[in-house]
Design a protein around this ligand. Structure first.
Ligand SMILES: NC(=O)c1ccc[n+]([C@@H]2O[C@H](COP(=O)([O-])OP(=O)(O)OC[C@H]3O[C@@H](n4cnc5c(N)ncnc54)[C@H](O)[C@@H]3O)[C@@H](O)[C@H]2O)c1
Length: 255
């Protein structure tokens, strides 16, 4: 599909990679709805994109809320005058070992149910609801061709301290295949991109030591930039023969 013909929702569009993808899309002439819980970030993105080739709208959305997903997809369709793509990017971290022994006290510490639920609600349930609603709208309005780009993570292969995140990102990568099979008859492709470690507020919030140790493990010798991941997202959108697969873009990092 051509970027300038896209009518696309980008979730988590207010900051980090989602913000970068939204900008690149609108610069290429696409119609874009950036949706996020962060209204301040959305407002500044809107200001920055006013002079671009395409058009950008912003929408407050918590993807873990089913009704908000339904309403936002309908709203986006009406604003853009169509809907043929989703960049399913919103995500959060609530890291922790499933069970550990506290170094100082020797006490057993468990991953909290709240940490588990929060990540599953946004990264798995929310991402799945967005696919469901966007595809339902595409069918209702006979929009085709269509494309969905799910943002997974190389944590999908398993990573210490991230049981919740791994579960969600692995499921999204695997269901990329499931959904590609389910939606192919409707002319809708589904692909996924699994970033390695990328410079965004998410990784800037990491413990400095852990961050440095991880960066030192990246074979290409640097942390990824949102632009590195955009190149893969763009490929998934543009290559009409790409379907049902997840591409790791990680500088060769093995977790
Ligand atoms: N940064 C990395 O190294 C990295 C690596 C692999 C995968 N990822 C994934 O890439 C995606 C983008 O990550 P990022 O690094 O740009 O993160 P980020 O924290 O910088 O941005 C995430 C955005 O998602 C929004 N968001 C959070 N919860 C939301 C919700 N319930 N509804 C709607 N929006 C919500 C946030 O407000 C924020 O604007 C995420 O899915 C993340 O898991 C990131």
């Amino acid at each position: 599909m051509l970027l300038e013909q896209l009518m696309v929702i980008v979730t988590g569009g207010a900051q980090g990679m989602g913000r970068h993808f939204s900008k690149r899309l609108v610069q290429a002439g696409a119609r874009v709805v950036a949706a996020d819980v962060n209204e301040e970030g959305l407002a500044s993105l809107h200001r920055e994109c006013e002079a671009e080739a395409g058009k950008l709208w912003v929408r407050k959305l918590d993807v873990s809320d089913e009704q908000q997903c339904i309403d936002s997809v309908g709203w986006a369709y009406n604003q853009m005058g169509g809907l043929n793509a989703l960049v399913n990017n919103a995500g959060i971290l609530r890291d922790g070992l499933l069970v550990k022994l506290d170094r100082k006290t020797g006490q057993i510490v468990k991953l909290s149910r709240a940490q588990w639920d929060a990540v599953i609600a946004v990264n798995l349930t929310g991402a799945t609801l967005m696919v469901r609603e966007v595809v339902a709208k595409m069918l209702e309005k006979q929009q085709r061709p269509g494309v969905i780009v799910n943002i997974s993570s190389i944590a999908r292969h398993g990573n210490r301290g991230q049981s919740n995140y791994v579960s969600a990102k692995a499921a999204i990568a695997q269901n990329t295949k499931t959904w590609s099979q389910e939606f192919a008859p409707f002319g809708i492709r589904v692909g996924a991109v699994a970033p390695g470690m990328v410079e965004t507020p998410m990784t800037q919030g990491m413990n400095a030591k852990a961050r440095e140790a991880l960066v030192n493990m990246i074979p290409v010798g640097r942390i990824g930039e949102p632009e590195d991941i955009w190149q893969a997202v763009r490929f998934v959108i543009e290559c009409d023969y790409f379907n049902g697969r997840c591409i790791d873009v990680d500088g060769g990092l093995s977790m």
